[in-house]
Structures are given as C-alpha cells and as structure tokens.
Design a protein around this ligand. Structure first.
Ligand SMILES: Cc1cc2nc3c(=O)[nH]c(=O)nc-3n(C[C@H](O)[C@H](O)[C@H](O)COP(=O)(O)OP(=O)(O)OC[C@H]3O[C@@H](n4cnc5c(N)ncnc54)[C@H](O)[C@@H]3O)c2cc1C
Ligand code: FES
Length: 363
C-alpha cells in the first residue's frame, strides 16, 4: 500500500512539474524569429519560434506525412535535421532506429523550433499540395466499409504512383486533424480520388468520411508514400491485403492491367467472414480478360450462413504459401494489420522475395 501511494505521489508530482514547465515555457519564453533553412538554401524561411517543426512547416504549406495528426504515435513525420533540433527526445526514440538517429532523422511533430534550424526534405514531399474536392459518389461495400469518390476542384488533377495515399482533413473538437487514406482509383484517372474507408467506432476521420453526402467539400493533402511499382513487366506483382487494405491493391492492379495487359499479377485478399467480401466479382471479371491475373479470397472465420462460400478458408498467408511457387522474379505490396503483414512477409521471404521488393503499409 505504501509503495502504491509513493508511486502515485511521485507520478502526480512529475505530471504537475511537466505541466508547469510547459505553461511557463508558453508564457515566459519568447524565441522570437528563427531561420528555418530547407535543403541548404533551397527554401529559406523566417518563422516564429516556439511551435513544433511539423506545425511550422504546415503553416508554410509544406506537408509532411502525419497519420496521427502530430500526436507522436505514428512515426510517419520523420525528416532529417542537420542542425538546431536539440537532443533526441524520449517521445521520439520508440519510432527511430539507432541508424536513423545516427543519420539525424527526427520526428517533426516532437521537435520545437527554439533556434535557427536546418532540415533536409525530399523533393517529392516539397511537391505535396493541399487539394479541395467535392464528393461525387458514396456507396456501401460492406457493413462497415464505404467507397467514396472525390472529384478534384483545385488543383483539378493529382499525379500519383499506384499505392500512394492522401491525408484527409477532418473536423474535430480540437480543430482540424489529418488521417491517412490510400488512393484506390488508378493513376490514369487524375481528376478523381477514390477511397475505401472502414468505419472505426468513435474514430474522428473514418466517422467524418462515412457521414459525407454527395456534393460536400473535402480537403486533403498528398500524395504520400513509398510504394514504387517495378517498371519491368517480367517481374510478377503480388498484392496481399485485408479489409480496407484493399484500397492500394485496387489502384496497383488496375494500373498494371492498363499498362501491361499480359503482366502476371496475384491478388490475395483476407476476409473474416463472407460479410466482409467485396470487389470479388469485379476482380473475377478482370481475371477473365487477363489470364495472367490470379485472384484468391480466403475467409479466416467461416461462420454459420457462410456455407455457400466455395472459395478458400484460413489465414491469407497460408493461401500465399500454397499458391506461389518459389523462384520467380517478384515484387510484393502488402496492406493490412501488423500481424498479417508479419506472417505474409515471412512466407514471401521463404519464396525468395528480398526485403527491398516487399512494400507494406500497416493499418
Ligand atoms: C498509410 C496509411 C494508409 C491508410 N489507408 C487507409 C484506407 O485506405 N482506408 C482506411 O479505412 N483506413 C486507412 N488508414 C487508417 C486511417 O488513417 C485511420 O487510422 C483510421 O481510419 C482510423 O482513424 P479515425 O480518425 O477514424 O480514428 P481515431 O480517431 O484516430 O481513433 C479512434 C479510436 O480507435 C482506435 N483506432 C484507430 N485506428 C484503428 C484501427 N485501424 N482499428 C481499430 N481501432 C483503431 C484508436 O486507438 C482510438 O482509440 C491508413 C493508415 C495509414 C497509416
Ligand atoms: S505525426 Fe505521427 S508521429 Fe509525428
């Protein structure tokens, strides 16, 4: 009991002290103007000190990926700070490897600008734009997944690679927040961004998107993401997804068959029950047109009422293991929950696909 009280008192004291330090810093410390130098003079800025680097860059229309909206819980906002970032903070270390710390990578949402600061931002991120769009179409794919089509207004077109994502601005009690959603429409339809969104109960971004009606405005930034499709058509493409992890797969597959009708491509899609199955008929139609396209859907929890299901059952990594012969030149794209990604990656490596050829987004 005494131990418990000591721990509670110590915890309380630390919290009060931290809050006091934050309030004092906010009220008393004025950092004045600081220089924010991007890519050694490419984009020199003079900014107000005291804000986070992520917020300051956003205010200057430089949009860094920030799937958690700056809460320090996604690890997406990594950029190189060559000078002026101060020491690495305990809130950053869970998301940075030793190598990343050695190469000066930092979480932009955790670093505050307190002095002149020098950063390196990849050219691709400097080209990310804010888009305004109008909802063109919304329809239910399953009991908790909707397909939402956005027609771009300004700019009128987006240039993206298959598998990339956008960050939708959603209203919340504490002001606008951003959430990441993969683009499911193919790259040859630049005036449209289609999303496949699963409703997370109580979730800010997914609830906002699920409640949209045709004609409403939606703002987003993008495109973001590290997926690179191999341009060599002799390299087989393997897509593995589950749930809303379908979005980037649809984009990749439609893009592949627009450009290379003969290319070999696999889609493995894991669902819990038949109620979670969607786009199967569309992919079967595509497979009839392109004999080198192979579609495998598998149910992990076949339930009562699923008797009519004559497709595969079991976890999706088992289907991948069963269908892929080892040895072919392949590139793989995975999207879904972390456990699925881990299991599928293990199988793909056993089949001879190297880590550099396996791209994944966990969500
Ligand atoms: C690169 C990338 C691409 C993504 N693409 C898509 C996509 O195409 N379609 C899509 O639907 N989502 C996608 N996501 C996930 C999406 O960004 C949001 O995380 C998700 O919609 C939940 O956000 P929210 O604002 O609704 O919930 P929040 O308000 O952030 O969270 C509400 C509560 O739900 C919990 N929670 C958050 N996320 C999940 C989850 N996935 N499952 C269960 N509980 C959760 C939180 O811990 C919290 O307690 C992607 C994420 C990333 C990083
Ligand atoms: S924005 Fe998510 S960790 Fe920085």
């Amino acid at each position: 009991m005494v131990y418990l009280w000591s721990i509670l008192c110590f915890g309380g004291l630390v919290t009060v002290l931290a809050a006091w330090l934050m309030i004092s810093e906010h009220l008393l410390v004025n950092y004045g103007f600081c220089k924010l130098d991007i890519n050694t003079g490419q984009k020199p800025l003079e900014v107000d000190g005291g804000q986070t680097l992520l917020f300051t860059l956003y205010s200057n229309e430089i949009f860094i990926p920030s799937a958690c909206g700056g809460k320090g819980s996604c690890g997406h906002c990594k950029i190189v700070i060559t000078s002026g970032g101060g020491p690495v903070l305990p809130t950053e270390t869970p998301y940075l490897t030793r190598k990343e710390i050695r190469t000066n990578l930092r979480l932009a949402c955790q670093v505050k600008i307190r002095e002149d600061i020098y950063v390196r931002i990849p050219e691709e991120l400097l080209n990310v734009r804010m888009f305004s769009s109008t909802v063109e179409n919304v329809h239910n794919l399953t009991h908790d997944i909707k397909e939402i089509q956005l027609h771009l207004e300004e700019p009128a077109e987006i240039s993206h690679r298959p598998g990339q994502y956008i960050q939708v601005q959603a209203p919340s009690q504490d002001g606008p927040v951003f959430r990441a959603y993969s683009i499911s429409s193919p790259v040859h339809e630049p005036s449209v961004v289609e999303l496949v969104v699963r409703l997370v109960p109580g979730g800010i971004g997914s609830t906002y998107l699920h409640n949209l009606s045709v004609g409403e405005s939606v703002n987003f930034t993008g495109p973001y993401g590290e997926f690179y499709l191999n341009e060599d058509p002799t390299v087989e493409i393997v897509c593995v997804g589950g749930g809303c992890g379908m979005a980037p797969m649809k984009n990749i597959i439609c893009t592949v068959y627009k450009r290379w009708p003969e290319r070999k491509c696999w889609l493995f899609f894991g669902c819990r029950t038949s109620a979670d199955v969607f786009y199967l008929r569309e992919f079967e139609t595509l497979a009839n047109k392109h004999p080198n396209f192979h579609v495998v859907y598998a149910l992990s929890d076949k339930l009562e009422g699923d008797e009519k299901w004559d497709g595969k059952t079991g976890f999706i990594h088992l289907s991948v293991d069963k269908h892929l012969e080892p040895g072919a030149k392949r590139q793989a794209f995975l999207c879904g929950p972390p456990l699925m990604i881990e299991a599928v990656t293990r199988v793909l490596k056993e089949k001879g696909i190297s880590s550099e050829d396996i791209f994944y987004d966990e969500f």
